[in-house]
Unconditional design. Structure first.
Length: 229
């Protein structure tokens, strides 16, 4: 996991389908949160999902990265490779795609002009793996930034900052009122980035499980209010 900060601007271009709400990426979500039929929202307890068919980030050097929702075996293989490269959570990839299909997770790939995926980020709407409602919970409309990864060639270009800002926009569109992030207490680069984006620390406790360590790794947790009640 790597977060590197750099000042840059966020550019957004939207293409919506009929009805103006749901894009081609829309899926059938769990009925007790909202039901989609013929791209019309029948009922929901949180805001309906709004996926943009085209959205890009512009980095300080002028590079544009286009965001898309991963789907299918090819994209799953890309996410798997990213987890191999970072050394974390390879065993969770299948669960991530299932949770995305069920509406509990938003995940995105960022691609260059050639269509090659160079980064990824996700938002968990429930903390299924660690069961901490302060981190992510439908009932409190809290989501957690997760699985941020940037390929080696794209690091130190402001991708992490822009990916988080992009995810905040998507989170608000989905009705998320609070967003959280966490990292190892020793990761000063990530902690500095979180603070620069307006996140405040709210607790420290053991969280991460890794095969190379016998005990859980100590994590520090940050949160930020996106939508005021």
């Amino acid at each position: 996991m790597l977060f590197l900060s750099s000042s840059s601007s966020l550019h957004v271009a939207k293409v919506r389908n009929k009805g103006g709400l749901i894009s081609n990426h829309a899926r059938t979500y769990m009925s007790h949160y909202f039901v989609l039929l013929d791209t019309e929202v029948l009922s929901f307890s949180m805001s309906p999902p709004v996926e943009k068919d085209l959205e890009y980030l512009e980095l300080p050097n002028g590079t544009k990265l286009f965001a898309r929702v991963p789907a299918g075996d090819e994209d799953k293989a890309i996410v798997r490779q990213f987890r191999v490269e970072c050394g974390w959570d390879l065993d969770k990839v299948d669960d991530w795609f299932r949770l995305t299909d069920e509406g509990y997770r938003l995940q995105y790939l960022f691609c260059n002009d050639e269509g090659t995926a160079v980064a990824t980020i996700a938002l968990d709407l429930e903390d299924f793996h660690y069961k901490d409602p302060s981190v992510a919970s439908f009932s409190s409309k809290t989501g957690c930034v997760a699985s941020l990864y940037i390929t080696q060639a794209m690091r130190k270009q402001g991708v992490a900052r822009q990916a988080i800002l992009y995810l905040e926009t998507q989170a608000k569109l989905h009705g998320v009122e609070w967003i959280t992030m966490n990292t190892m207490v020793t990761n000063n680069v990530s902690r500095s980035l979180f603070s620069s984006l307006g996140y405040t620390e709210y607790k420290t406790e053991p969280r991460y499980i890794h095969t190379d360590f016998q005990d859980k790794i100590l994590a520090v947790f940050y949160h930020k209010q996106l939508i005021e009640n």
